[in-house]
Design a protein around this ligand. Sequence first.
Ligand code: 16G
Ligand code: MG
Length: 543
Amino acid sequence: MDRETIVAASRKHDVVPLEGGKYYTYGTAGFRMNSDLLDGITFRVGLLSALRSRKLNGQAIGVMITASHNPAKDNGVKIVDPMGDMLEQEWEVFATGLVNCPSHEVLADTFFKIAEKLKIDLKSPGKIVAGRDTRPSGITLMQSLIDASNATNTSIVDFKVLTTPQLHYLTRCINTEGTPSSYGEVSEVGYYKKLNDAFQRCLRGKRVTGSLTVDCANGVGGPKLKELLKHVDSSKTGLDCKVVNDDVLRPEVLNLDCGADYVKTRQRAPPNPKPQPGDRWCSLDGDADRLMYYWIDPESGFFMFDGDRIATLAASFIADLFRTAGLDEDLRIGVVQTAYANGASTKYIEKHLQLPVVCTPTGVKHLHHAACAFDIGVYFEANGHGTVLFSTEAMQTFAKKEPQSPAQKDALDTLRALGDLINQTVGDAISDMLMVEVILAHKGWSLRDWAVTYSDLPNRLVRVEVGNKDLFQTTDAERKLSHPVGIQDEIDQCVKKYTNARSFARASGTENACRVYAEAQSRSEADELANKVAAIVKNYGGA
Ligand code: 16G
Ligand code: MG
């Protein structure tokens, strides 16, 4: 690997400098922006992955090219660590450092400096596994990545079009292949086979009833879900899936008036095709790592089952299985949420399910990390991203424990199957959807039964334009502002005037704005509180 080769390769992939001394940062979603700006950035992410792979003894590093629920013109690039989790936080600064190098020469020098500082043997082999969503810009960005791997003698496996969770799955599979902790077959088909096998084992002869319509946001989830369905025997499982909004041939319709983000932020079903009263629906987002369920209640209209609802459903089912299996003394189940979780869901988990709840800052990496502290960690963001993590110890206990009755055996087998069904690397809309179907089938629940478990507090999310969002610094898992000084007191004074109310403000991690969340006993109180807190934020935020 030599400097000249890297410099020459980099010349083909310029980075567009930002104006006014601003720089690109590796955020919660990696680098994400208009796809025209991403060529050089993706090349440099390739360089970083080449370093990271060698630092981790040649284990494969995943790179996913996607902008998730963002408009079709955007794209993004994100690094996945060998076990399928997000890039270790300490390395985000190196990503930011490489991407903002002012010239190709400085870039090459920085590359070698990082290698030296971290004692990376550049002669050892390195490996990258890559995937992209259906955005056309992903094809050229993949080439930028390939050029970076060629310039650094790093091997690259291009899996082409994948959902984000599939890339996470494949990264873990490659790195565990042939070991006792093998995560599955290293192929897309292996992913479908694993899900289908676990789905059948989870159902244990029970059948899914009624049909399910899946809105795929016109993204990669459409073709991939249809692929999965070829493997599912609906005569055995009862799964009757209708796939809609699966047009990936017209890039401009991606995430347009459909998808999980649309449903969550607009709090309504996609206009087209229109769900009929009583139908069971769910929506995936553009890269299939978020899930929203909903239905039109024939009496009261649209009702949404967001990440909080999915988390409570999963936690209650698993806690029941634990009790039946006699494991509630041995292993700990916990639920991880963010400040955006509806207060009613938190209360339900703590008071009704009697399970501990941990609150973390927004962003999957924080939730994932906190969930690892439990034997079974259920984590979901309200926006529908989440999963259930089963520790190695938990999986071993399910396998080893001698059942004392047929009911215990059944519970232990179901738990093991759930551990295989639920993606252990990251939130996976397709895997989560199968989990929801399994749980509803086991409980014999309709969506109405699920809806009445608790009532959400009315809430409102407001986006506030501010001069400088970096003035807003949070503490207490984003539930309070430490800066600007004095602002939190004003918010507290305001919240006090409302019943059962809560409100917080934070700087967005993905755009230049602040977000204000408020909930209260009634719709009008929640709206009023959100607007008042937004006005306070605006006041402190500069022009
Ligand atoms: C990113 C995060 C998502 C979070 C969202 C918040 C990942 C993979 N994605 O999309 O979890 O909910 O940012 O956006 O961590 P915000 O900071 O703009 O509110
Ligand atoms: Mg997504």
